[in-house]
Design a protein around this ligand. Structure first.
Ligand code: MN
Length: 136
C-alpha cells in the first residue's frame, strides 16, 4: 500500500546515486543547490538496507540530520557510531569517514555540505564488505 511505503518519508527519493561512490542503492534529492546566497548545498539521501557511501572527506565539513531509519557513521580508525532518527552528526573538515544504512534498515539523512573551490566532497575508496561487517 502506498501509505505504508511512504511512512516516515519527508522528501522525494530523487535520483539514484552513482555506483562509483556508493556500495548498494542510494537516492539523492538536491533540496537546496549552491547559489549566490551561500557556500553550501543541502541534499536528502536515502540509503537502502546495506548501502553505504565510499570513504570520503569534506574540504569544509558537513552536517547530517537523520530523519528515518538506522545507520552508521564511522571515521577512519574510530569506532562506528550508530545513528537513528533525530541524531545530528557534525563532521569536521578533511576527516576521512563514511555513512550509510544498517544491514536491515533503510536510512535517510539530510546532508548540509559546505563548498569550497575543491567542491563539497572528495571521494576515496569503497567501504569493503569486511569493513562494513565489522561495525555490526
Ligand atoms: Mn560525509
Amino acid at each position: 500500500m502506498e501509505t505504508v511505503q511512504n511512512e516516515g518519508v519527508i522528501f522525494p527519493k530523487g535520483e539514484k546515486t552513482s555506483a562509483d561512490y556508493f556500495t548498494g542503492t542510494a537516492w539523492l534529492t538536491v533540496l537546496v543547490p549552491k547559489d549566490e546566497t551561500g557556500n553550501y548545498t543541502v541534499g536528502n539521501v536515502v540509503f537502502e538496507p546495506g548501502c553505504r557511501n565510499n570513504w570520503h572527506t569534506h574540504p569544509a565539513g558537513q552536517i547530517l540530520l537523520v530523519t528515518e531509519g538506522n545507520g552508521w557513521y564511522q571515521e577512519r580508525s574510530k569506532t562506528a557510531r550508530a545513528l537513528k532518527k533525530g541524531d545530528v552528526v557534525v563532521i569536521a573538515s578533511a576527516i576521512e569517514h563514511w555513512h550509510g544504512a544498517t544491514k536491515d534498515s533503510r536510512f535517510t539523512h539530510i546532508a548540509i555540505s559546505n563548498i569550497t573551490e575543491k567542491g563539497p566532497v572528495e571521494w576515496l575508496t569503497p567501504v569493503t564488505d569486511e569493513e562494513y561487517d565489522s561495525v555490526h
